[in-house]
Design a binder for this molecule. Structure first.
Ligand code: CP
Length: 321
């Protein structure tokens, strides 16, 4: 976008361009210290620590459906005292052909300092951050099958709150790994925290075609994946990102890859069960497990508000440093 290079006398620019401005785009951008600091802060907030107020405006731009992420970013921003605006694709000028960059530059020109963006294209939020040249801080709320770093943060905090011993822990991640931004960001995060072993399992056409890193085993059945596991993360089939010709037959998928009580019996007696949501009951997890004693699914949702509050605080701290 071309920018006007003059201002009316007495007017102050609200662009505040600063190419070095920090964003929350990827777990890979964080040092281990920063990641651990964010987890510690998330857990402190979950225990009731007071928030650090945030002056300014936050815009939520969700160009894909969301319940958990959008609402928790909104609640977090409100808890910090920020003004929040929600932009839905259907009611935005994107429907008139405006580019994502132009939409976001427009919001930044109005003084919106933080843009929380979910987009169906992998890499879209990082590209946007570069295009905006520091006129706003960007938060990646999920980009295609790329990354979902705030989900990784809340998942790690949820596991840490249960006392998971990272170096000695075995975590099974099961389901549609190939198209899962949750799995990709999660693996980056759990590796950074020094997890002992991650087992990946799912249908052949849903195994990762991306770099999975070290301390990872690929196994070929749900039984092998959950054996003595300390934590199990089930994934939703990302039907919106899958070529329909390889779309699994639901009954076959459920038979082979739905987490049931008989599977949980093979895991560690205190094995934690996670799912990022939304869950498809009976497809990737049966209700007795989703609602059972070992399920952390709603705890993940609760932790999501605290994790996103910690992210906003961290962005503010970075702005001041
Ligand atoms: N886990 C997650 O991203 O959920 P939503 O799509 O509801 O935000």
């Amino acid at each position: 976008m071309r920018r006007l290079s003059f201002l009316m006398p007495g007017c102050e620019t609200v662009e505040n361009s600063n190419p070095a401005r920090r964003h929350f785009l990827s777990i890979m951008d964080l040092s281990v210290d920063a990641l651990e600091g964010l987890i510690d802060r998330t857990l402190a907030l979950a225990r009731g620590a007071p928030v650090k107020p945030l002056v300014g405006s936050v815009a939520n731009l969700f160009f894909e459906p969301s319940t958990r992420t959008r609402v928790s970013f909104e609640l977090a921003a409100q808890a910090l005292g920020a003004r929040v605006v929600n932009i839905e694709l259907a009611s935005s000028s994107a429907t008139k052909g405006e580019s994502l960059t132009d939409t976001c530059a427009t919001l930044a020109a109005m003084g919106v300092g933080t843009l929380v963006v979910r987009h169906p294209d992998s890499g879209a939020v990082a590209t946007l951050a570069a295009d905006l040249q520091g006129s706003a801080q960007l938060v990646n709320a999920g980009d295609g099958h790329g990354e979902h770093p705030s989900q990784a943060l809340l998942d790690a905090a949820t596991l840490q709150a249960t006392g998971l011993d990272w170096p000695n822990a075995t975590l099974a991640i099961i389901g549609d790994l190939r198209h899962s931004r949750v799995a990709r960001s999660g693996l980056q995060c759990f590796h950074a925290l020094g997890i002992g072993c991650v087992r990946l399992a799912g249908p052949e056409l849903m195994l990762p075609d991306w770099e999975v890193g070290s301390r990872v085993e690929r196994v070929h059945s749900i039984e092998a994946a959950v054996n003595e596991a300390d934590a199990i993360m089930m994934l939703r089939v990302q039907h919106e990102r899958i070529d329909k010709t390889i779309w699994p037959e639901p009954r076959t998928y459920a038979r082979d890859w739905c987490l049931r009580e008989e599977h949980l019996a093979r895991a560690h007696p205190d094995c934690r069960v996670l799912h990022p949501g939304p869950i498809n009951r009976g497809m990737e997890i049966e209700s007795r497990v989703a609602d059972g004693r070992q399920s952390l699914i709603l705890e993940q949702v609760r932790m999501g508000v605290h994790a996103r509050t910690a992210i906003f605080e961290w962005l503010k701290d970075e702005q001041q440093s």
